[in-house]
Ligand binder design. Structure first.
Ligand code: INI
Length: 160
């Protein structure tokens, strides 16, 4: 027998009048600009307005949390997205950046009660990176915009 919950919360995928802030890392710009394009294109194709998108470029993924914090504090946005691409090198530098950014964004999201979508692509090499930035495996920026919309709508429902 199926068990049916009394109350189920879900966020829809209609962007409507949602306002989003996107922080995009310039490091590996050749591919991060595809993530940004994917995110904006997806937001608009979900019914969002381009004029409701604010973008901030930062030097690298490591700088994403600081801008995300500013955006979150401003109270102007329904959701935020952090876009970046970290490609592993010969040292563990990339791993450090990735986990630091992931932890920081999740802490900011909970602190400010705003969805912050973590879309820093981690790749072992350029081929893997390209696959996730608009080729074989899709575009993580597009996925991030859909998640931002869903979470923003879910938060709005819960606040009602
Ligand atoms: N930043 C990235 O966004 N991706 C990388 O792959 C990367 N690597 O490999 O070094 C990277 N480094 C720069 C870092 O994010 C900061 O901008 C820099 O350390 C200054 O704080």
């Amino acid at each position: 027998m199926d068990i049916i919950a009394k109350t189920v919360y879900e966020g829809g995928l209609e962007a409507g009048n949602l306002k989003i802030g996107i922080v995009c890392a310039r490091f590996n710009e050749l591919l991060t600009k595809n993530l940004l394009h994917g995110a904006m294109d997806s937001f608009v194709r979900h019914g969002g307005k381009a004029s409701n998108i604010t973008v901030a470029w930062v030097p690298g993924a490591y700088e994403i949390p600081l801008l995300a914090s500013q955006f979150a504090k401003s109270g102007k946005y329904d959701a935020l997205i952090g876009l970046g691409l970290v490609i592993e090198g010969k040292t563990s530098h990339a791993d450090h950046i990735n986990s630091t950014v992931a932890h920081s964004l999740s802490a900011l999201s909970v602190k400010h009660e705003i969805p912050i979508i973590f879309a820093v692509v981690a790749a072992e090499n350029l081929e893997q990176a390209m696959e996730r930035c608009g080729t074989k495996l899709g575009n993580r920026g597009s996925d991030a915009a859909a998640s931002a919309i869903e979470m923003a709508n879910l938060m709005k429902k819960l606040k009602k």
